[in-house]
Write a protein that binds this ligand. Structure first.
Ligand code: SF4
Length: 92
């Protein structure tokens, strides 16, 4: 597994806020998932399948440094996550 690919595991912790979209900035984001909060619903994978992958082994893998082109889909994934387990930060 590449170094920037992370795994998430259940169960529950704190929700993190999603940053507002920066005006005029590229959608280059860093992704992290609260392993204590993710309940493996897989909605993130539906919204951004190139970034999130809920495998048949029940583990969620994700690209912590997705391409800028995936930014809108990643933001949507964070919005729809019922556990608000996805934290987004601007990549620097
Ligand atoms: S949508 Fe949220 S709770 Fe569901 S698998 Fe993705 S990060 Fe986990």
């Amino acid at each position: 597994m590449p170094e920037h690919v992370q795994e998430a595991h259940a169960p529950v912790g704190f929700a993190a806020p999603v940053l507002p979209r920066p005006v005029g900035e590229p959608e280059r984001l860093k992704v992290s998932i609260d392993n204590n909060h993710c309940e493996l619903f897989g909605l993130c994978q539906q919204e951004a399948p190139t970034v999130f992958d809920l495998g048949p082994d029940g583990r969620l893998r994700y690209d912590a440094n997705p391409k800028a082109a995936d930014g809108p889909a990643v933001r949507q994934a964070a919005r729809v996550c019922p556990m608000q387990a996805i934290t987004l930060r601007e990549a620097r």
